[in-house]
Design a protein around this ligand. Structure first.
Ligand code: MBD
Ligand code: FE
Length: 280
């Protein structure tokens, strides 16, 4: 593989993905909401300028940086890392079932369906500790949800997501599972590694300029859906990861920590999902 992953290339892919799946939402926002929210955000910027006595040099540095975020296609990355976690918190505060967390920029719908039990598509000799994950999807009243969809996606050992980094098979480490009659599923994959967001683009330059770090803890993304229930978007994390406490995307919650145990050549873990019925 001679191609290298760049922030601009993964940013461009994330931007295209967003345009294809979600860009239509603008049409449904009323004039009154746009007026309220745009004014509120602009006034928050004014307040920061007054409080910190922002200079023209700083204003021009911001302008240059914002231009490069767009040029690098990094608006999905910037928003999902520094803003989405609060949107998710507000959107799901009524729920009684599973905690969720942010989706991030690298979801792709339509991954191959493996039935109730199977292995996530991966390359021959894919690097990483094998992980067998069993669980059950239920409703908040405890009833099993057969036919629920459990979509999973995660990075490889080098921190790359298929369809956003070059040289990976299209559906590498992406799959959909469908729960069987008692709501259960069994997923075989590999444990992902801690993940660094791209450092060679505009978001990376912000991180370096501010003296932050670019790390997220190792995580497996999931979307769990069933008829009559709210879609659950979450990520699962591993105990002891040094970035569980300082995730750059602020997306770790204690309810989302797995508890894997050694088994054979790999590890095994049990984790199920409780979905909220759609509100009347
Ligand atoms: C990721 O893999 C991710 O999950 C988030 C939220 C942001 C950047 C990369
Ligand atoms: Fe991720």
């Amino acid at each position: 593989m001679t191609q290298t992953a760049t922030a601009a290339a993964s940013g461009e892919s994330a931007t295209q993905r967003f345009r294809a799946d979600k860009a239509g939402a603008a049409a449904t926002t009323s004039k009154e909401r746009v007026d309220l929210l745009a004014r509120s955000v602009i006034e928050a910027v004014h307040a920061a300028i007054r409080t910190h006595k922002v200079t023209y040099d700083e204003y021009n540095a911001l302008k240059a940086w914002l231009i490069s975020v767009g040029e690098n296609g990094e608006w999905p990355l910037f928003l999902d890392v520094w803003v989405e976690h609060v949107v998710e918190e507000v959107a799901t505060e009524h729920r009684k079932g599973n905690k969720g967390t942010i989706e991030g920029p690298y979801y792709v719908p339509g991954s191959p369906d493996q039935g109730a039990k199977g292995t996530v598509p991966m390359r021959e000799g894919e690097t990483g500790t094998p992980l067998v994950w069993t669980g059950k999807v239920t409703s908040t009243d405890g009833s099993a949800l057969p036919g629920a969809k459990v979509e999973v996606w995660h990075a490889d050992a080098d921190g790359f997501y298929s369809q956003f980094a070059p040289g990976l098979p299209e559906w590498n480490l992406r799959a959909t599972f469908t729960t069987d009659d008692d709501g259960s599923f069994e997923i075989t994959t590999i444990k992902p590694a801690p993940y660094q967001i791209p450092t060679d683009g505009a978001c990376g330059r912000l991180i370096a300029a501010a003296g932050w770090h670019a790390w997220r803890p190792a995580h497996i993304h999931v979307k769990v859906s069933a008829p009559g229930h709210e879609l659950l978007t979450a990520q699962l994390y591993f105990p002891g990861d040094q970035h569980n406490e300082d995730d750059i995307a602020s997306a770790v919650k204690p309810e989302l920590l797995l508890d894997p145990r050694p088994a054979g050549r790999g590890e095994t873990v049990e984790y199920g999902f409780v979905l909220d019925p759609v509100r009347a």
